[in-house]
Design a protein around this ligand. Sequence first.
Ligand code: APR
Ligand code: ZN
Length: 357
Amino acid sequence: MKAAILTALNEPLQIRDDVGLADLGPGEVHLKIVSSGVCHSDLSAQNGTIPVATPCVLGHEGAGVIQEVGPGVTQVKAGDPVILSFTPACRECKNCLRGQSYLCDAMVPMMMTPHFVIDGNPVSGMTGCGTFAEEMIVPESAVVKVDDDIPLDIVSLIGCGVTTGVGASINTAKVTPGSSVVVFGAGGVGISAIQGARIAGAAEILAVDLVDSKLNMAKQFGATHVCKPDDFEGMNLQITGGEGFDYALECIGNPVTIRATYDAARRGGTAVVVGVGRMDQNIEFTAFELFYADKNLRGSMYGSSNVRTFMPKLLRLWKAGKLDLENMISRRIKIDEVNDAFRAMQEGEVIRSVINF
Ligand code: APR
Ligand code: ZN
């Protein structure tokens, strides 16, 4: 089958059509991918921000149809349409049992188990997925079944960006009606955070991005105000009187904008780090300010979402016309065009490219 493979850091992905699958083990499912979004984290794997062992089949935001299930699988069967969850929700580990399945302990074993075969060698998929492939194998715990009438190309974005962004506003920040929100970065994740803030009833939503077209898009998805980073202080003054926002979300993964996000939250407000920065990058805070500002500073893994309940909720919001997924798809492409999709994302031309198989 066809798949897009990262062979070495900073190299273009290699498209091969001779990639195989390992045997289907107990508790695993074999699926055909219908669609996969191209997320910034795929680019971050290519450039080393997110460490992955190479070779690696990239892609972690997708939806597909179960072909076959391994021994012991009880929750899904052949023919079921599913969204992939890059964090399994095993229902057994401590984090799942305490209601934080987005921190499921089975994530590392899932990432370490190779399910692809290239040149006779076992190869892993990104985050244990690898949705830039026509077919894949994952543990049963890493799929969320959806209704038969759901168009999988549209909802594939729920596999990462939408759950991460909407979840960051609703589950992590817990945006409240009438509040003020600022979102740094209006890509797939930031646009989703803006939609989450809109759904939660925020009064003002400011989108901050470097790219004009992204700011225009942000308005379409619910931003009430938009600006470039240099104009932030003026907008802060206009919207909050200068005290800062109730909620500030960073959807870029850059230490400078993470620091700006902390600063953008008001005293007693909430700053959420959604973007993924490098392991060797640091951010400075003075010991005094952390105490004095009394802010909540939080990370957000997968939008702090329990996927089995939150993904169906997102689908209902989409069906009710309250969550726009269609317009988040800037381009529909084939797997052979994935390197161009990376370039377009880097140059700020797209919110999401979606690969259809
Ligand atoms: N200031 C403001 N905006 C910026 C800056 C900056 N310094 N640098 C980049 N941006 C904007 C880009 O113009 C782009 O619109 O941030 C946006 C990032 O969007 P995408 O590249 O589409 O990335 P996305 O898929 O949304 O992911 C964002 O979340 O899950 C993580 O790993 C992911 O760290 C990444 C982040
Ligand atoms: Zn992603």
